[in-house]
Design a binder for this molecule. Structure first.
Ligand code: ZN
Length: 386
């Protein structure tokens, strides 16, 4: 993910880039979230607690998506094909259809999830007009700073589509501070949450997809979208000495072993408290270097616990839980409306006459084939058997 930085920059910047390639900060707001925020988070926690292993995890959630390319005079203006390739990478990762699943530690295979979430480029824009699901904006606003800067969302206010209809992704040519991407958590109860107008990830365009100007595996996208759906880094507990119970500390997911940040792919086991809380494990596990929410280069999985958490956010928050419904898929051009054939209104029609098979008018009779002719032009064939 960070090849270009490794090759182009000096050593101190290599370390800086390595430790900061994701600009998204973890943790809840520490300075007293509002009552409303607390109650919303409690609602999400309840949804998550109630939905693991249930049928609610089976349905495919299709998320209409718009990719905003924010370039300057063509610099960073990547092709539609590269945008589509980036969508491919993200979707393969979310559906566990990625080609490298067998590279991971087999110990974690049983915990790897098909999240049943798919992101699809919208075919209708907010005005109902045809679209590729890609917008292009030429602006000299530069650079796009990390969230530590008060202006970090400057790019998002230039172009965005309604967040209750589309998942917005912004691709930019640069993020000052060294990050390859950063996300906004859903809602305002997070340090890097915020208003819905700016909800979504910001990613360097050369980190998107694997073709064109990309110099990466495209998984910064997978990682940042994970944050947008409520996932923390798997190493979040490192600041508190590996944390405690798995459901309330660290990343609050019980099948991602607590660890500290690592960058290479050497198996290690940096925390020994894997079994605290409602753990998914029966023994202390090695670190899950394969997780998309780690900083390791050998990422290839989300876990079942992360799937449940993401779907908990998607299905609980009012701005998000209409995204994948049929009405919105139709509004964004991802689903065709069903053709409705108008059936004759039979309530108000009047019977004109009854005829037999020879066309002679008759009265109702039993055990005889008759034709009932109505004033709306309909004819019913009828035989009353006694
Ligand atoms: Zn991150």
């Amino acid at each position: 993910m960070k090849k270009i930085l490794l090759f182009l920059f000096l050593i101190p910047q290599i370390l800086f880039a390595q430790y900061n390639w994701c600009g998204t900060a973890d943790k809840m707001l520490t300075n007293s979230p509002t009552e409303k925020e607390q109650s919303l988070m409690q609602k999400i926690r309840t949804t998550i607690a109630n939905s693991s292993n249930s049928k609610s995890q089976d349905s495919l959630l299709i998320i209409p998506t718009v990719v905003h390319i924010v370039h300057f005079n063509g610099n960073g203006n990547i092709t539609d094909l590269q945008v589509q390739d980036g969508m491919r990478v993200v979707n393969e990762d979310f559906r566990r259809q990625n080609a490298d699943t067998i590279n991971g530690n087999p110990l974690f295979y049983p915990f790897a999830a098909d999240c049943k979430i798919e992101f699809r480029l919208a075919k209708l824009d907010p005005n109902g007009d045809s679209t590729t699901g890609i917008t292009r904006t030429d602006t000299s606003i530069y650079p796009h700073p990390e969230p530590t800067n008060a202006n970090f969302n400057n790019v998002k206010y230039i172009v965005s589509w309604p967040p209750n209809m589309y998942f917005n992704i912004w691709l930019v040519r640069h993020i000052s501070g060294g990050a390859l991407g950063y996300a906004q958590y859903p809602g305002t109860a997070f340090t890097y949450g915020g208003p819905w107008e700016t909800y979504g990830p910001t990613i360097r365009s050369y980190e998107w997809g694997t073709i064109g100007t990309s110099n990466s595996d495209g998984r910064v996208g997978t990682h940042e979208i994970g944050h947008c759906l409520g996932l923390y880094h798997t190493f979040l507990s490192f600041s508190t000495g590996c944390g405690a119970e798995c459901d309330t500390t660290g990343d609050q997911v019980c099948d991602t072993p607590p660890t500290t940040p690592t960058y290479d792919c050497d198996t290690s086991n940096l925390c020994a408290n894997d079994l605290l809380g409602p753990s998914a494990f029966t023994v202390d596990m090695p670190d899950q270097l394969e997780n998309y929410m780690s900083y390791n280069d050998c990422q290839n999985l989300f876990t079942l616990g992360q799937k449940t958490r993401m779907r908990g956010f998607l299905t609980t928050l009012d701005t998000l839980n209409g995204l994948y419904l049929d009405d919105n898929l139709i509004a964004t051009g991802l689903m065709q409306t069903t053709a409705i054939t108008e059936l004759p209104n039979t309530k108000n029609r009047k019977l004109l006459k009854i005829v037999d098979i020879l066309g002679r008018e008759t009265l109702p009779k039993r055990n005889t084939t008759l034709f009932y002719i109505y004033n709306d032009g309909t004819v019913e064939k009828s035989i009353v058997v006694e």
